[in-house]
Design a protein around this ligand. Structure first.
Ligand code: PXP
Length: 245
């Protein structure tokens, strides 16, 4: 029994883009994640290209040996890109330009027509479709009706809450996972997950996959910052050794 761990590497590109440099390279990050046991790499190509750009997705497709999950809005532009690049899976998410990160789940019920069109095009291209939704029965049923293989339950609310509120949201996620599974959907979860709030989610029997980004990149700073400082000190010392005596 295992749960697929898909690592979202968007924020490697965020750091790169902050300076317009070539580093840190998301493809390098993907290799490190795969080497450390990630089952897949997730990247979100946003309409405003604030982190990942089209070429990153193309290079990931050419390079990685695990699964590529492309998070995207369900627009004609994005499905066109997916048809060309052919990720293993697309996760359809809501997207608003002004948001800091994906806020709320996709309203599959309200956007049924467009989502149906996008899911159909993905299916024809041999791409698995996952819908990122709030843990609500109506959304689960709509996803099943559209022929989705998978849903990703939005864990953001659960991660933001504490105490009884968090326990109630956990119960909603448990219920949604059960209902989704009974509808024949594969169940993934993601957003806001950390080493601390993940175990309760991983304990839900139906969950087969998690998508985690921000917390892993954040942890990597402190798990690796000391090494980076030591490496810089070595470079400094190499320069010192070159000084004329
Ligand atoms: N799943 C989906 C659908 C997302 O949009 C995101 C954020 O891009 C994640 C998972 C990862 O969330 P986090 O970066 O908070 O781990």
């Amino acid at each position: 029994m295992t749960i697929r761990l898909h690592v979202n590497i968007d924020h490697i590109a965020t750091v790169r883009n902050a300076r317009g440099t070539r580093y840190p390279d998301p493809i390098h990050a993907a290799y490190v994640c795969e080497d450390a046991g990630a089952d897949g790499i997730t990247a979100h190509l946003r309409e405003d290209r604030r982190h990942m750009v089209d070429r990153d997705i193309e290079r990931l497709r050419e390079s990685i040996t695990t699964l590529l999950n492309l998070e995207m809005a369900g627009t004609d532009e994005m499905i066109g890109i997916a048809e060309r690049i052919r990720p293993d899976c697309i996760t359809l998410v809501p997207e608003r330009r002004e948001e800091r990160t994906t806020e709320g789940g996709l309203d599959v019920v309200g956007q049924r027509k467009q989502m149906e069109k996008v899911a159909e095009r993905a299916r024809k291209a041999g791409i698995r479709v996952s819908f990122f939704i709030a843990p609500e029965e109506a959304q689960l049923v709509a996803c099943r009706d559209l022929g989705a293989e998978q849903v990703e339950l939005h864990t953001g609310e659960y991660c933001n809450l504490s105490g009884n509120g968090q326990l109630e949201e956990l119960e909603r996620l448990r219920h949604a996972a059960r209902v989704g599974h009974e509808l024949g959907l594969s169940i993934a979860a993601g957003h806001g997950l950390t080493r601390f709030n993940l175990p309760a989610i991983a304990a839900i029997a139906e969950i087969e996959e998690v998508n985690i980004g921000h917390a892993i990149i954040a942890d990597s700073l402190f798990m690796g910052l000391g090494s980076a400082v030591r490496a810089m000190r070595e470079a400094l010392n190499r320069g010192l050794a070159l000084r004329e005596k």
